[in-house]
Design a protein around this ligand. Structure first.
Ligand SMILES: Cc1cc2nc3c(=O)[nH]c(=O)nc-3n(C[C@H](O)[C@H](O)[C@H](O)COP(=O)(O)OP(=O)(O)OC[C@H]3O[C@@H](n4cnc5c(N)ncnc54)[C@H](O)[C@@H]3O)c2cc1C
Length: 424
């Protein structure tokens, strides 16, 4: 584990380039830190009364847990490198709890193991046949002999999967995974966002299954996601501390409705941007031996028509050892909803009971947190932008984007000292 960062506060000279960063989520904090480290005088303006945005803690039964993002994708190195730099690498944890499950009207099945976004790499594998039936699996297998131009002009994940593998794969596998991960329908999810290289791989390999197998082979070994012991929100807290130590002027409770003059980095939705999606996370703590064996592994994705309103359930105490240790035998469940469910805790208890096929007792504690996820924004008016609306959803995408924007700003704003010396 690397040593914690220096905590002395550095004050940049008055003539240093000044930058205002709007938005104090992970993107804004990271850009602010990099610019301050590069010698800028940085002021960060955050509308809420706390920093961190979609990384936030909540307390249940005396234990602090994530209310927002609870993990990060391990593709790419940006998040891991940042955690190492902040001295948090020793606390990186990978999930346990076994496979995820699929909840369907016809009963629960383990989610097929070899796939990407629910698209199977081996359509006739026994776990795929079990999930979608033999007829659906054979239709998916047709993908291997269809001309490679079929689906080649698809723009969304839904179009591509239906054209190549048929409705059973789309409805029973891809839809629940995409709802669980992106809270969107596959037909509304641009390929450019979900899997930018999939069409190229289809052209190269000749089938979608082979393209998916290729993608999986290229993924790093080990778990596809990781988290932090103590909660992912610790990343935002550590970044805020690093910002303070680097002299960033962090101001909370300041909503910016019009961009201020001077150099501005917008790390929040643009003022007046279209509203995004509303999602609600309900966390329940229950004490019951019925869940001790983690009967649905690390959690469940819900297929349409399964009699459950939640789109996903995570069995937190099965998935993360540190959470199991903290709750000392009680179980923590996290259910995700689109919108705001009526009587959310009662609904979550009903949904969890249906998913596990048991009658769960009243929770010892519960929390309901509603989030407004930003809509993607493509309009380019020349403003320096980073954060989820332009980088895409998820910490891996947001951190990588913020790092490269900050590097580009620092390169641009570096004084032309070398050229001047040569001329002189
Ligand atoms: C419930 C949930 C679960 C998630 N799970 C995962 C996961 O498991 N893995 C993963 O990788 N990602 C996950 N994410 C997504 C991830 O958290 C986000 O992609 C990431 O945190 C976005 O960071 P950001 O800085 O771009 O935006 P935000 O965190 O949204 O920060 C933007 C900040 O700007 C502020 N702001 C907005 N408007 C203004 C204004 N006008 N003036 C001043 N300030 C303003 C906001 O208050 C906010 O603090 C999850 C998100 C949620 C909500």
């Amino acid at each position: 584990m690397s040593s914690p960062r220096d905590t002395r506060v550095e004050t940049p000279p008055a003539e240093a380039p000044a930058t205002t960063v709007i938005g104090g989520g992970i993107a804004g904090l990271l850009v602010a830190l990099r610019l301050a480290e590069g010698g800028h005088r940085v002021t960060l303006l955050e509308a809420a009364d706390r920093l961190g945005g979609q990384l936030a803690p909540q307390r249940l039964a005396g234990v602090e847990l994530d209310a927002g993002a609870e993990s990060f994708a391990t593709r790419g190195t940006a998040v891991t490198a940042l955690l190492t730099e902040l001295g948090l690498d020793g606390d990186v944890v990978i999930p346990g709890g076994g496979t995820a499950w699929l909840h369907r009207a016809r009963g629960a099945v383990p989610l097929p193991a070899a796939g990407v976004l629910g698209i199977p790499a081996h359509p006739l594998a026994p776990d795929v046949v079990r999930a979608i039936g033999l007829a659906g699996a054979w239709r998916a297998r047709l993908d291997a002999v269809l001309p490679r131009r079929v689906g080649g002009d698809a723009t969304t994940l839904g179009e591509l999967v239906e054209a190549r593998m048929g409705r059973a794969v789309l409805d029973a596998l891809v839809t629940p995974v995409v709802r669980g991960v992106y809270s969107r329908e596959p037909g509304d999810l641009p390929l450019a966002v979900a899997a930018p290289t999939l069409l190229d791989r289809l052209r190269q390999h000749g089938s979608l299954a082979a393209a998916v197998a290729g993608l999986r082979a290229n993924a790093p070994a080990g778990s596809l996601v990781a988290s932090l012991r103590g909660g992912m929100f610790r990343l935002a807290a550590a970044l805020a501390d690093a910002c303070r130590a680097s002299g960033v002027d962090l101001r909370t409770g300041v909503r910016v409705d019009a961009l201020p003059p001077g150099r501005v980095v917008l790390a929040a939705p643009a003022p007046g941007a279209a509203p995004g999606r509303t999602v609600t996370v309900v966390t329940l703590v229950v004490r019951t031996p019925l869940l001790d064996g983690a009967p649905r592994g690390s959690g469940v994705l819900v297929a349409p028509g399964g009699g459950v309103e939640a789109r996903a359930l995570t069995h937190l105490t099965a998935k993360w050892d540190w959470i199991a240790d903290a709750f000392e035998g009680a179980h923590a469940l996290r259910l995700s909803y689109d919108g705001v469910p009526t009587d959310a805790v009662a609904q979550a208890r009903r949904d969890a009971s249906t998913i596990f096929g048991v009658d769960l007792p009243d929770p010892l504690d519960s929390a309901v947190r509603t989030w407004h996820r930003p809509a993607p924004e493509t309009h380019d008016d020349g403003t320096l932008r980073t954060g989820e609306p332009v980088a895409g959803s998820g910490l891996a995408a947001v951190v990588a984007h913020a790092e490269s924007l900050a590097a580009a700003i620092l390169t641009d704003s570096r004084p032309a000292a070398t050229g001047e010396r040569m001329d002189g």
